[in-house]
Design a protein around this ligand. Structure first.
Ligand code: CTP
Ligand code: MG
Length: 169
C-alpha cells in the first residue's frame, strides 16, 4: 500500500468527524448544553458555544456521512457505516466539549484560542470512540494529527471570511 493510499484512507475514515465538527458552526444553536450553569469561581461549565442543536446536528451529520460513504464504493477497504459515522460524530462532539470544559476551568472565555487543543479536540474525541468500534491504523492517527491543525486553520479562516465565525481561529 502506497503513502498516497494511506493518506486517502485516513481522510476517508475521519470524514464524519470533520463534518460533525463543521456542522454546529453553521447551525448556530441557542439551547446551551450546560443550560447556563456555573461552577467554582462563577465560570460556565461549558459556555454558550456548546449547544444541543449543534451537538445533535453534528452527530446526525456524522451518521449521514458514514451512511453515504458506506454505500459508495470509493474506498471499499475502509468499512464505513451509519454506526461508525454516528460514533465518530459523537466522539468529535465529546472531544470538542471536553476542550471547552478545560478552557472554562482555566478561566478562558468562549472563543479563546488554545493552540493545538482547539485544533485537535474533536480528532482526539473521534479517535477515542473509533478505536472502540473499528480497526484504526496507527498511520491514520499520524495523518490526522499532522493534517488537522493545518486544515482547521484553513477552514476557520474561510468561516471567518464568510461571516460564520467571529474570530479567524
Ligand atoms: N457549536 C454549537 N454546539 C457545539 C459546538 C459548536 O452550537 N457542540 C457552535 C457554536 O455556535 C460555537 C461554534 O459552533 O460558537 C464554534 O464552535 P467552537 O469553536 O467549538 O466554539 P467556541 O465558540 O470557540 O467556544 P469554546 O471557547 O468553548 O471552544
Ligand atoms: Mg473554538
Amino acid at each position: 500500500m502506497s503513502y498516497v493510499d494511506i493518506l486517502l484512507e485516513a481522510i476517508w475514515f475521519i470524514l464524519p468527524a470533520y463534518i460533525a465538527n463543521a456542522v454546529p458552526v453553521v447551525v448556530r444553536g441557542k439551547d446551551a448544553v450546560d443550560r447556563g450553569r456555573k461552577m467554582a469561581g462563577g465560570l460556565p461549565v461549558l459556555g454558550a458555544g456548546k449547544t444541543w442543536e449543534g451537538t445533535i446536528s453534528g452527530i446526525a451529520a456524522g451518521g449521514v456521512a458514514g451512511y453515504l460513504q458506506g454505500i459508495s464504493s470509493l474506498f471499499p477497504l475502509v468499512p464505513m457505516s451509519i454506526g461508525l459515522g454516528l460514533a465518530l460524530g459523537a466522539g468529535a462532539m465529546l472531544g470538542d466539549m471536553a476542550a471547552s470544559f478545560l478552557k472554562r476551568r482555566a478561566g478562558l472565555r468562549r472563543g479563546a484560542n488554545v493552540f493545538l487543543l482547539d485544533q485537535l479536540d474533536f480528532i482526539i474525541g473521534a479517535l477515542a470512540t473509533a478505536v472502540l468500534v473499528a480497526d484504526v491504523k496507527l498511520a491514520w492517527i499520524v495523518v490526522w494529527l499532522l493534517l488537522t491543525p493545518l486544515l482547521h486553520r484553513l477552514t476557520n479562516v474561510i468561516g471567518y471570511i464568510l461571516g460564520l465565525k467571529k474570530v479567524p481561529w
